[in-house]
Write a protein that binds this ligand. Structure first.
Ligand SMILES: [Zn+2]
Length: 71
């Protein structure tokens, strides 16, 4: 009488590319909320983006609430 045993090992890890992608999104969001002074819009608007600072004004309250230095 032969007996076979089956051991099922299920591995469900988080794929590394998901961690890298989420880290990149987090870093971009952190830059937008905490550090942007017109850098992102300067890609399309040029120098005037640093005077207008649209993203800075948009995220100003969030920036203060999160404790980032601003002014
Ligand atoms: Zn401020």
């Amino acid at each position: 009488m032969s007996q076979s045993r089956e051991i099922a090992v299920s591995k469900s890890g988080i794929p590394i590319y998901a961690i890298v992608l989420l880290a990149a999104i987090f870093a971009f969001g952190l830059f937008v909320v905490g550090y942007d002074q017109g850098h992102i819009f300067s890609i399309v608007m040029g120098e005037s983006a640093f005077d207008e600072m649209f993203i800075h004004e948009l995220t100003h309250d969030m920036r203060h609430a999160a404790g980032f230095p601003c002014h």
